[in-house]
Design a protein around this ligand. Structure first.
Ligand SMILES: [Cu+2]
Length: 432
């Protein structure tokens, strides 16, 4: 497909997905929408897009999370369609310490609209659109010590910075066919979309979604969440899911407003298991052909495994994820990344979150630095808090902050200083 036609298709698609929703909002008013709130009885009847189980099991792409994870957003109906909307806008001031640090004020955001309807006797059709206004922050993203991956100008890699996400994060369709009371087969296609690789993307994981800072292990675990061309086929049997994807291995380029031409040059497979209401496990493997624009002759095999735990208690929620990812560059190093993150939401108003990460990095230095190409393994420790205030039904205003500290080998002191402390303060509007 040539480039100009893709944004046009996308706009048509968004219009198609969005029109019934907007009409319904005007028609039904807030009372009806509140009636459809997932926290009410409606939640019990909603089944997933991929198979015959509770919808709360589904996270980003075709990934799973614990069944007990609370639902986010507005839920309402329009004819045969069941529609869901959620999103947030964060206004962030970021200050990263040490010689390689910096500061920036920027906005991070995400808006998602999903629609689902029966199709035929045992079929379900789901459409999803997700957009972000993050390209407004500029192609070079925001300062984030030890974050690497992607590029701002097509010539140099982004190092100690987190890239902005694309305007179009996901435009996808799912068709699933129920085979028995507890089994189904499904087909997912996205441009962009998320292949069956890794845990749910960080902004959709209950254990990390309230932390506005991207994980430094993003490119070890969930960086494929915006992939320009994905097709996934899978099978669900009760608490198990097995699936395989063909997708575009290349990361998004620096032009964050467009959709890159799709190809299906890479593959992945994932096994997911939700043994109880509160647990979700996955293991996955992927071959990414030429993921990095600046190293087109390097290919990657990636293995990930993760466990997510969610515990609802009284009016509180506690969600935790432990994840490991190994990037095997060829030619290149085998690099491990570890993440442990957790957040607890007390009475829907006070959120405390924490994240610990360790990543084997070989992109922090470029020649002529003697450290170029060497592997170093920094650790990051983050602790944060948000206080939310209800503005209206389903809409909250939050104010929060986080602080990050690091541990790394002495040879990085010249570049990073002996003890850089970083932090963010932020305001947030959330539709939830
Ligand atoms: Cu990302």
């Amino acid at each position: 497909m040539d480039k100009p036609s893709i944004p046009l298709l996308v706009l048509l698609w968004v219009g198609f997905a969005g029109a019934p929703c907007l009409g319904q909002q005007v028609e039904s008013g807030m009372d009806d929408m509140a009636d459809m709130d997932m926290s009410g009885m409606g939640a019990m009847k909603m089944t997933g897009a991929l198979g015959p189980y509770t919808m709360s099991r589904e996270a980003s792409g075709t990934s799973w999370q614990p069944d007990s994870t609370p639902h986010q957003g507005l839920h309402f109906t329009a004819g045969d369609w069941m529609l869901m909307a959620h999103g947030y806008v964060d206004g962030i001031y970021d200050l990263q310490g040490g010689p390689r640090g910096g500061d920036k004020s920027f906005s991070a955001s995400m808006a998602m609209l999903m629609g689902q309807r029966p199709l035929g006797d045992d079929g379900t059709l789901a459409l999803r659109s997700m957009i972000s206004l993050e390209p407004l922050m500029g192609a070079n993203g925001y300062p984030l010590l030890f974050a690497t991956g992607e590029t701002a100008n097509g010539r140099t890699p982004l190092v100690d910075r987190q890239h902005p996400h694309n305007l179009f994060m996901e435009l996808s369709a799912i068709y699933s066919l129920k085979l028995t009371e507890d089994s189904a087969t499904f087909l997912y296609a996205g441009l962009p979309g998320e292949p069956a690789l890794g845990p749910p993307a960080f902004m959709h994981r209950a254990s990390g979604m309230d932390n506005p800072e991207a994980p430094i292990t993003h490119h070890w675990l969930d960086s494929t969440h915006i992939t320009n061309g994905v097709v996934t086929a899978g099978y669900v049997q009760d608490r198990w899911k097995i699936e395989a994807s063909a997708f575009n291995g290349r990361e998004p380029d620096q032009y964050r407003y467009d959709i890159n031409s799709p190809t299906l040059d890479s593959v992945s497979a994932r096994l997911s298991f939700n043994p109880t209401q509160n647990w979700s496990l996955q293991a996955s493997w992927g071959y990414l052909k030429s993921p990095e624009q600046l190293a087109p002759n390097t290919h990657e095999n990636r293995i990930t495994a993760s466990a997510s735990y969610n515990l609802p208690f009284d009016d509180n929620e506690w969600a935790t994820t432990l994840a490991w990812g190994r990037k095997m560059d060829s030619p290149g190093h085998s690099l491990d990344g570890f993440l442990l993150e957790s957040e607890v939401i007390l009475a829907r108003t006070n959120t405390v979150f924490a994240r610990i990460e360790r990543a084997d990095e070989d992109e922090l230095f470029e020649a002529p630095s003697p450290l170029a190409g060497q592997v170093s393994s920094p650790m990051e420790f983050t602790l944060g808090y948000i206080r939310d205030f209800e503005l209206a039904d389903h809409v909250t205003f939050g104010i929060g902050g986080l602080i990050s500290r690091y541990a790394y080998p002495d040879r990085l002191d010249t570049a990073y200083g002996s003890d850089p402390t970083s932090g963010m303060v932020f305001l947030r509007i959330k539709l939830s």
